[in-house]
Each structure stands twice: as structure tokens, then as C-alpha cells.
Design a binder for this molecule. Structure first.
Ligand code: T1G
Length: 690
């Protein structure tokens, strides 16, 4: 245990140093070491005051999340916090780096707290589907009041040292090395200049109004989630004597721990970090100074905005001066928005460097050029050649959503410098970037894509080349399932409502109206020549809408009519549908909500399984990250393949086989799922580090 927690004695001061890199998560060894250290110093007659601090980057980043759902050993954090609070010698905690979750609970069980400037404090448990389970819901309201505690605990909001001081969560803010601060703080306690007290002894002022207000607001803002509501219930019990409140907190904590939402949210936490573990991670990224963006449409201007916001000088190139002016205006609007949302300071905005040009020659000083021109192979190939001519040796990225990168690279002199950076619209807002690796892309080029994404504050996921990469390929499968359900007579509003009930912010038809139905129409026309004539054609109804000029919100009508106060289903759909059904011999069979979501989810999992099987995604968790961060998949469900594990491969196969009775071309069991069903395997078993 000694290596995780060390003690030392300096005069009358006992020091406890926590040392569990990288972030001092409170795993079993650290917990045991901490209790032993407390016992040792409490028993040492030379020691009059104890100071607790963290080595390395953090005080304590909270419980060790990796232990959740697995067997582990006591002592547990609640006992440790009680032991700390009841310690007969004053204990002062020095907080630096991260003091989060269980780490903050340890801190508020101590008798005084000194924050080192730059520290981040908070109770992020709610974002993991749980609640502060080591006394946080009982001690925080005593220390900072019920309303402030409710705010921190139900939002998971992270705060800095100054706000913590203003709230009374810490007693002092200072600067310096944590060990030196610990010695100084302990000295102040000895000198009577830093008062100490037991948080549990503080009289609590009940605030039923704040409890009621928060509970009511959460009913509306978090209807799907389990733990925020339990957080409020736990804080409400802080009005009871401490031991009773702690027992109630424990009961509610266990309920959260057992909920499938906890597993989903923690999977999402690790998914965000797992995607960076790629085989190219050891390659050295190329330095990127100036960035070029070619194409000033919605995507190009969004990408340019994202790069500017990250501090890169940008050169924007577009053929016509008019299009260039429109793109520059869009960027200016995006930046205005960033200023008004407080994401960009006005002085910083003035310092941003955007050059515009109508000729590729302006790109000569760029280290990386991202093309976002019209989605057409020959147009893209011509633009890529122009870029390569203007800045030989630079990295060149395409923002294509569907086109084949290997074909695109054919005209390049240096295909090893070429990759896909697939941003999502609006590119300065959406967190996901698919880094698409073509046959000849060099490892350091991939590493540069990841480094760029990190600097832009985005989550990069490595993807292989195929039609639609990871996300759009899977989306087109479940979109097809939705179209087929509509053709079979399930009302589009019922499909959208069921998908919203699953946890997406929007259903597929609402989303279609927002994005514009002409995009999918153009794609279907492109694919018409290669369509399987024996398969049911899913796009029949959407084609009829487009032929009528109904492209969604931008034309006032699409799947819905948008001319009134709120959207109502397009009244012409039943007639169009009857015509198609009569022509195709379809007998209407509307589905209910559980059947709708089961088909939608199964189609998603079916295609996701293929994407993993073909190596387009490195691991199942990469697919989950794409859906969590780019497609609005409900975070508490962890992603489509986490969900597949929860349902079980055998059940997924059975569902696909059942649906195949109606449509055997679309519904086909992928081999990987069949093998898993036979052997009892799970996608989680494939989440190795690459
Ligand atoms: N447990 C286990 N591993 C953790 C961890 C944790 N709490 N926090 C971080 N890691 C790993 C992370 O997976 C990564 O691993 C590495 O550390 C560096 O993290 C009883 C029940 C602390 C602000 O929610 O917010 O306390 O990928 O890449 O950007 O009430 O990590 O390198 O293998 O994120 O500098 C509450 C979560 C727990 C804090 C550092 N605590 N962590 O950010 O590095 S629940 C949290 C963070 C709890 C009690 C309850 C951040 C960070 P790898 P990183 P970073």
C-alpha cells in the first residue's frame, strides 16, 4: 500500500501524500492506504495536525470508475469520509488539479480546505448515472447551503477555486506546490489562523422550496434519466440527523449503481477516451501552423470557424467572389455567436486571422488543407490536384461524407499525405470528427488528424474507407428501416415519437425535414443504377415528396407541413402512400412504439456489427463513440453496440430473423452476430486497445 499513500512527519505536522497516477482515482489500494495513514498519524503523539494532499496532477479525481460493476475490496469511501471527519486531530485538505466526486467528498469531510489556483471541483457523479455516495449529498448542503449543493450535485457542473471560495466549499485559495501548501496550511491551523470544524456538526437550514423547484424542473428537463431525481431525494434527506441521511444516501446510491443507465453512462465516459487509443498514436504528428479550407459552403465555413476558434490562421478559398463573400459572412455570424455565448472574447476575436482568396495559389503557406467542395468525385479530384500543386508536401484532407478516398487519391503525387476529416454540421459545434484512413495514408498523417481534432476540442474516431464510413453507413441502414416501416403503414409521426421516446432528440423524419429531403433524393438518384432490383425500394415515398417539390422546412413542407404554428404531418402522405401500397401490393401493417424502436435499434446494430466485422471501425466502442458524439444517440444507453450487449447477440439474431420473414434482402444476420450468439460472446470483449 505504501506506494499509493505515503506519510511523513515534519515537526508537529503529519503529512499524507496520495500517489496513484495519473489522476489519483480512489481505488481499493489508495483507500486502504489512506485509512492506514490516518490511523498511523492519529496515533503518533508528535503529530498535532494532519495535512492531506495529492502528488502529480490531482488531489483525487473521485472513485475509481473502473471498479464499478466489478468486485472490489473495502474500506469504502463513505467509511473513510466518516473516519476522516471524526478524527480527533484537525485534518486540512489541499486541493489541486481535480477534486471531483469522491475526491471532493473526502475534502469536505476534512476540517478545512485550501484550494490551489487552477483546481477543478465538482460532483460529476450525476453524469455517470449515480450520485455522490460518500456523504456528498449530506455534507455539501451543510457547508454551502441546500440550493448551491443541489445545483452542483444535479448538474455535475465543474467549478474553479474562486467560485468554490465564494460558495464556502473551500476556505482559502492559494498558489504553489501542493506539498508546500499543505505544510503552510497545517502551520496556519497550528497558529489558529485557519479555523477548522467538522462539516457534520454544521447546522443545516432546510430549504424545501429549493428542493421542490429543482425536482419539478428536472421532471421536465431530464425525463429519461434516473439519477438526477435520486440526487434531489438524497439532498432532501440532509435535513435529517447525519447518520440517517447518510444511510438514505447509501440506499439511493445503490439504486443508481444497479441501474443500466449507470453502465451506459460510464461506457460513454470511457468511449470518449478509448477512441484515441489507435495504432498510429505512437507516430509524431506533423506540425500544423496555417490551415487552408477550400469550399466556403456550410461545411467549409463551419470547418474554417472551428479552426479559427482553436487559434489557427486560416486561408479560405472559393471559386467565385460571391460564394467567398457568403462564406465569410457565415464565418462572421458563427464568430458573433461564439462571442455572444461567451466562448470567444471580443479581443481574441479581433486577433483571429482569416484570409480569403479565389485561387488555390493562396494556399502555398498552408501545412494542412481541408477540401469541402461539392460532393462529386471528378470535382473533388480536380480540386485536390490544384491543392497539391499549390502546396506540395502539405497534408490534404477531404471532408467527403460518402465518396471513396482511394479513388480520390489516385491523381495525387503524394497519396501518403492524404486523409479524410469528416466533420459534422454545424462543424464548429458538433464534437465528432471521423478521421478516415485511406490505403496509403501514413501513420503520422493519421496522428496529425487526431492532434488537430484534439486542438479543435473534438473527439476523433478512426474510420476505414467504405460508403458512409462508420456513422453515415449505419445511419443509412436505420433510415431505410424507418422508410420501410412508413411504407408498411406506420405513420411517420408515430415513428418519430417512438424514436424520441428511445432518447434521440428527433425522429428520422423530423431530422430529414430539418436537413432537407433533396440531399437524400440526390443520393438515391446516384445509386439508382446499382440498386438491387429484387429488393424492396425504401425510397418510394420520399421520392414522391421530392417530386412534388417538398424538401422539408426550407420549402415549408416535407414529411411535415411547417406552414402553421407547429409541424403537422403532411396531409398528402396518406394518399401518396395508398398509391404506392396499391402499386406494390403492400398490405398496411402499422407497428406500435415498442416494435418501432426494436426495428430501428436492430437495424442500427445489424449494420454496426458489419462495420466492426469489416474493420471499418477499430472496435465496437469506436462505433458507440460515433453515435454518442455525432448522431445524438442517448448517452445513458452507451451506444448501439453497448446496447447490443445489453440485449444479447442471440436475441438480436432472433429479431433479425423474424424481420427477415417480411424482407429477407434487408434483414440479414451478420456473421459476427451469429458467432457471438453461438459462443455467448459480447462486443465488449472486442474492445481491446489497438
Ligand atoms: N477513475 C478511473 N480512471 C479515471 C478516473 C476515475 N475517476 N478519472 C480519470 N481516469 C483515467 C481516464 O480514463 C484516463 O485513462 C486517465 O485517467 C486520464 O484522464 C463515491 C462514486 C480527472 C478531469 O467523474 O473528469 O467519485 O485513457 O484523459 O483530460 O461519490 O479524467 O489514460 O487510460 O480524462 O487530464 C467521479 C472523471 C467518480 C472524474 C482528468 N469522478 N475524470 O482529465 O485526463 S464517481 C469523475 C475526469 C465517484 C463517489 C463517486 C478527468 C480528469 P486512460 P483524462 P484529463
Amino acid at each position: 500500500m505504501a506506494e499509493f499513500v505515503r506519510t511523513g512527519v515534519e515537526g508537529r505536522i503529519g503529512l499524507i501524500a496520495l500517489d496513484n497516477p495519473p489522476v489519483n482515482a480512489a481505488g481499493a489500494a489508495l483507500r486502504a492506504g489512506l485509512v492506514a495513514a490516518l490511523d498511523r498519524l492519529a496515533a503518533d503523539p508528535a503529530v498535532e495536525v494532519i495535512a492531506l494532499y495529492g502528488e502529480g496532477r490531482s488531489f483525487i479525481a473521485g472513485a475509481d470508475i473502473r471498479e464499478f460493476g466489478r468486485p472490489s475490496a473495502g474500506p469504502w469511501l463513505p467509511e473513510i469520509c466518516n473516519r476522516l471527519e471524526s478524527c480527533e486531530k484537525p485534518v486540512v485538505a489541499v486541493l489541486h488539479g481535480a477534486a471531483l466526486g469522491g475526491g471532493l467528498e473526502v475534502a469536505i469531510a476534512a476540517h478545512a480546505r485550501v484550494a490551489v489556483a487552477g483546481v477543478t471541483l465538482g460532483f460529476p457523479e450525476v453524469t455517470l448515472g449515480i450520485l455522490p455516495g460518500a456523504g456528498g449529498t449530506q455534507r455539501a448542503p451543510r457547508l454551502i447551503g441546500v440550493a448551491a449543493a443541489l445545483d452542483l450535485i444535479t448538474t455535475g457542473r465543474r467549478i474553479g477555486a474562486e467560485e468554490a471560495l465564494a460558495l464556502g466549499l473551500v476556505d482559502q485559495v492559494t498558489q504553489g506546490d501542493p506539498r508546500a501548501v499543505a505544510l503552510a496550511a497545517a502551520g496556519q491551523v497550528l497558529a489558529g489562523r485557519l479555523p477548522t470544524r467538522r462539516t457534520g456538526d454544521i447546522h443545516i437550514t432546510p430549504d424545501p422550496e429549493a428542493i421542490e423547484k429543482t425536482a419539478e424542473a428536472l421532471k421536465h428537463s431530464q425525463p429519461h434519466l434516473f439519477s438526477p431525481h435520486r440526487c434531489v431525494e438524497a439532498v432532501a434527506t440532509a435535513a435529517l440527523p447525519l447518520p440517517e441521511g447518510l444511510a438514505e444516501e447509501r440506499r439511493l446510491f445503490r439504486l443508481c449503481m444497479d441501474s443500466p443507465q449507470r453502465a451506459g453512462l460510464i461506457h460513454a465516459f470511457f468511449a470518449e477516451r478509448a477512441v484515441a487509443k489507435i495504432r498510429e498514436a505512437t507516430a509524431t504528428p506533423r506540425p500544423v501552423g496555417q490551415i487552408g479550407v477550400v469550399g466556403a459552403g456550410t461545411m467549409g465555413s463551419g470547418i474554417a470557424t472551428a479552426c479559427l476558434l482553436a487559434g489557427y490562421p486560416v486561408v479560405l478559398v472559393e471559386k467565385s467572389p460571391e460564394a467567398l463573400a457568403r462564406g465569410s459572412a457565415a464565418i462572421a455570424r458563427n464568430l458573433d455567436g461564439a462571442v455572444s455565448r461567451g466562448k470567444l472574447r471580443p479581443e481574441a476575436r479581433a486577433a483571429l486571422s482569416l484570409d480569403t482568396a479565389t485561387a488555390a495559389a493562396a494556399l502555398s503557406g498552408c501545412d494542412l488543407v481541408i477540401e469541402a467542395v461539392f460532393e462529386d468525385m471528378s470535382v473533388k479530384q480536380a480540386v485536390l490536384s490544384e491543392i497539391e500543386l499549390a502546396c506540395p508536401g502539405a497534408l490534404i484532407a477531404t471532408n467527403t461524407s460518402y465518396l471513396d478516398l482511394n479513388e480520390m487519391a489516385q491523381g495525387l503525387d503524394a497519396p501518403e499525405n492524404f486523409l479524410g476529416l469528416h466533420f459534422f454540421s454545424p462543424a464548429h459545434v458538433m464534437r465528432l470528427v471521423e478521421v478516415v484512413v485511406a490505403a496509403e495514408t501514413q501513420p503520422e498523417v493519421v496522428a496529425t488528424g487526431f492532434a488537430l481534432a484534439r486542438r479543435l476540442g473534438k473527439i476523433a474516431v478512426r474510420a476505414g474507407v467504405c460508403d458512409g464510413f462508420i456513422g453515415n453507413r449505419i445511419m443509412s441502414a436505420y433510415r431505410k428501416a424507418a422508410d420501410l416501416m412508413a411504407l408498411d403503414g406506420t405513420p411517420i409521426a408515430a415513428i418519430d415519437a417512438a424514436v424520441r421516446g428511445y432518447g434521440f432528440a428527433m425522429g428520422p423524419f423530423e431530422m430529414g425535414d430539418l436537413a432537407g429531403l433533396d440531399i437524400g433524393w440526390a443520393a438515391r438518384k446516384r445509386q439508382a443504377a446499382t440498386r438491387d432490383p429484387a429488393a424492396r425500394y425504401h425510397g418510394a415515398l420520399a421520392d414522391r415528396l421530392c417530386e412534388a417539390g417538398w424538401f422539408g422546412r426550407k420549402t415549408g413542407r416535407g414529411w411535415y407541413d411547417h406552414s402553421g404554428d407547429g409541424p403537422v404531418p403532411n396531409p398528402e402522405i396518406p394518399r401518396l402512400l395508398r398509391e404506392i401500397q396499391a402499386a406494390e401490393g403492400i398490405t398496411p401493417r402499422p407497428l406500435d412504439a415498442p416494435d418501432i424502436v426494436a426495428r430501428y435499434e436492430t437495424a442500427m446494430i445489424m449494420e454496426a456489427a458489419r462495420v466492426v466485422e469489416e474493420g471499418i471501425a477499430l472496435r465496437p466502442i469506436d462505433v458507440d463513440a460515433v453515435f454518442l458524439f455525432g448522431y445524438g444517440f442517448p448517452r445513458w444507453k452507451g451506444g448501439p453496440l453497448h446496447q447490443a450487449d445489453a440485449i444479447g447477440a442471440a436475441e438480436i439474431c432472433a429479431r433479425i430473423e423474424r424481420h427477415a420473414l417480411d424482407n429477407p434482402r434487408f434483414w440479414q444476420v451478420p456473421d459476427i452476430l451469429r458467432r457471438m450468439a453461438r459462443a455467448g460472446g459480447r462486443f465488449a470483449d472486442l474492445n481491446r486497445e489497438d
